[in-house]
Write a protein that binds this ligand. Sequence first.
Ligand code: EPZ
Length: 421
Amino acid sequence: MDKLVIQGGQQLNGEIRIAGAKNSALPIMAAALLTSDVVTIGNLPHLYDITTMLELLGCMGVESMVGEKLNVEINSGTIRKFNAPYELVKTMRASILVLGPMLSHYGEAQVALPGGCAIGSRPVNLHLAALKKMGADIQVESGYIHAHTRGSRLKGTHILMDVVTVTGTENVMMAATLADGQTIIENAAREPEVVDLARCLRAMGADVSGEGTGTITINGVDKLKGCEYPVMPDRIETGTYLIAAAATRGRIKVKDTWPNILDAVLSKLEETGAEINVGENWISLDMHGRRPRAVSLTTAPYPAFPTDMQAQFTALNTVAEGSGSITETVFENRFMHIHEMNRMGADLRVEGNTVIFRGVPRLKGAPVMATDLRASASLIIAGLVAEHETVVDRIYHIDRGYECIEEKLQLLGAKIRRLPS
Ligand code: EPZ
């Protein structure tokens, strides 16, 4: 397994470009199953998860081709089977996103039930309950979801989501675009990636409105067409690099990103003492060499502080001035990075779904192990601020969600290199 070796103590300084958003690209790639025309998707990040989604579509017979501008053309008109196998689903839970579009357009789908992962049990009960309410016949057996519409179309209906679920909202929204009648999704996820998907569906001819609010309305149409759509920039990658620059007391400018969807993160970074400036498609952060101040936070669905940036901000707080608490309300087990940071000399104490922390002047480099995508990013940030050498193992997690992470960090002055297994 590859490892990353980091010599800590370097301030991050410089400019980097932000890639397309993984969590917008994945549902948009699945949406290509809603039409037999070619869907061309631009600004795709070069990540394992994107490759996995192309592999998943490919094993169903859906052809894809990389265009000259590194966009991807997906043609689901060649689909020959409606099965998403466990071998692929187990490597990427977001594979569940093919369920809604495949069922709604082709009337059937067999999708392996995604297991849990390091951060939680990650059930998909709300996805299935909603599709059942739309008239689908859904049986779960031998680890697979067997879904059928029994030869008729899904029916538009009123769906109230018990819990705000991002991919649950996306699955239902996609299924509803070809359903018979109107679907209203209450307690819908408001994440920017849901909004990006809605915009792409509209470009395909779908009748969708209300995205970005808690109530999304979809009026089913008979057919959707192909389109060309560039995915939005990755707000989590953006926040990760801003937090890393703040933790190392440096200064950074992140380009090709959207500042207006990071309010919760930018205001927390300003609380640490960072000077933040924004332009139309860039954000700059300057710590002026100062140690960050400790900042408490609580994660919650958008527009609150994102759970996908909790681990990264925890890394910043380990070396901040003062003490505080970090509460995780979205996932039940998103503290796997805490124990690894304590091995580096951090002062973190877990009490239920809250971490009580006291900032220490510096961490000590150590061999650590990544457990999930965002925990990996947080351990890299910890390594950047620690003295001496940190070796982060199991970094296949990081390659799923961060494009060329060591190259981008090297561009910013970090002493980091990949140790091939
Ligand atoms: C999406 O996951 C993201 N993944 C996650 O990003 C992100 O952490 C999460 O949303 C929350 O923002 C993608 O978009 C591909 P949820 P998702 O359904 O949709 C419970 C990353 O690091 N729930 O919003 O799977 C669930 O247990 C990844 O890029 C049910 O109970 O998350 C959790 O407690 C990690 N039943 C809460 O809802 C369901 O049927 C939110 O989960 C579905 C969800």
